[in-house]
Design a protein around this ligand. Structure first.
Ligand code: NDP
Length: 329
């Protein structure tokens, strides 16, 4: 038997409930690799899957947890053998498939990557999907020409998971980082991660009034979307790019195409779920190289399986600071 956070749904009321339960290996879904999970984490999507489902979970009972890191216990695939350390992010694990909020997980070998050199399983989960996505966003900005010396790079939702990791990576690479936050009390935290300027959320949250404002940002990692993204597009420098990562502030884009047409601004889409294997390896290599581990440690709050219902609700309200690492044992 092993412990797992199990979400059930009352078919009459439609309400879901999450609690820690005992499961057995026979309960696990099919897959080539069984992993003894060591750590998981809490992303925005996890908040949805622990709670109301958000249309992501199709079948109940469900074990959420979109990320995990641990040790292979049994493998029917040549690429992995018992004792190997592995990491999983994405592939709809924790949504359509049972995920990492359990002491054991069984998944397809294609979904795993070897634990990146230079990281332990706890650090890999301090990074998690949020940090992995932040790295993909920075790589996309670089692929589209961002280099140090071009000017300040904006990070929206800066005190959240994606924002914290993006801030630390960009600052470590030598960029001047401006962090947008709606929580002024996180100012010192963001400065400690390397932000040199804090932009209050209300300064940049208003609906677009003029399609073009002063050319301010050399790049942007946007975790917020909605009106903020629309506004930021009009503040980008000529030819600069915004990596659109999230929708913490809304899924709409209430702006105009003028920044694309008159300033050659690029809007780059970032998906972490279906990234091909080689790009995943590259992103993890870059994380091990470009994310200072002391900064990562400063972002982490530890948690257990029992804490997850509360943390899931918190992240949906935008109240989690930095990254949560869940010790499932
Ligand atoms: P967090 O909740 O940790 O961070 C989101 C941050 O956004 C909050 O901390 C807050 O930052 C800010 N925020 C929240 N609500 C609002 C609002 N109404 N208006 C403006 N800002 C707001 O989540 P994550 O960092 O894990 O994820 C961020 C987003 O990225 C989510 O939408 C998530 O779904 C998405 N995502 C997408 C991925 C992909 O593959 N594309 C992968 C991972 C995440 P502050 O307090 O500093 O203002």
């Amino acid at each position: 038997m092993f412990k797992a956070l199990v979400v059930t749904k009352n078919e009459e009321t439609g309400k879901t409930a999450a609690s820690v339960d005992n499961l057995s290996l026979e309960d696990l879904p099919q897959g080539e690799v069984t992993v003894a999970v060591e750590y998981s984490t809490v992303n925005y999507k996890d908040g949805l899957c622990i709670g109301p489902g958000g249309g992501l979970v199709r079948h109940y009972p469900h074990v959420p947890g979109i990320d995990f890191a641990g040790t292979v216990e049994a493998s029917e695939d040549d690429r992995y053998k018992a004792g190997d350390k592995v990491v999983l992010t994405g592939w709809r694990v924790g949504e359509a498939h049972w995920g990492g909020y359990a002491q054991k997980a069984r998944v397809r070998a294609d979904w795993l990557v070897p634990l990146p050199e230079g990281l332990d399983t706890r650090q890999a989960m301090a990074v998690g999907t949020a940090g992995f996505t932040a790295m993909l966003a920075v790589m996309a900005l670089e692929d589209h020409g961002l280099a140090t010396g071009h000017g300040p790079v904006l990070v929206t939702g800066a005190a959240g998971g994606v924002g914290s990791v993006a801030t630390a990576i960009l600052a470590n690479l030598g960029h001047e980082v401006a962090g947008v936050t709606g929580r002024p009390e996180t100012g010192d935290y963001l400065t400690s991660l390397g932000a040199s300027r804090i932009v209050p959320r209300e300064e940049i949250n208003e609906t677009v009034k003029r399609p073009l404002e002063g050319e301010t940002w050399a790049g942007c990692v946007d975790a917020v979307g909605g009106a903020m993204l629309a506004r930021v597009l009009g503040q980008m420098k000529y030819g600069a790019s915004v990596a659109a990562v999230g929708l913490a502030g809304g899924a709409s884009l209430p702006g105009s195409v003028i920044p694309f047409l008159l300033r050659s601004v690029n809007l780059l889409g970032i998906d972490s779920v279906m990234q091909p294997y080689e790009r995943r390896l590259e992103a993890w290599r870059r994380i091990a190289r470009d994310l200072p581990m002391d900064k990562l440690d400063a972002m982490v709050q530890p948690a257990t399986l029992e804490d997850l219902p509360r943390l899931g609700a918190d992240i949906l309200k935008g109240q989690v600071k930095g990254r949560v690492v869940v010790d499932v044992n």
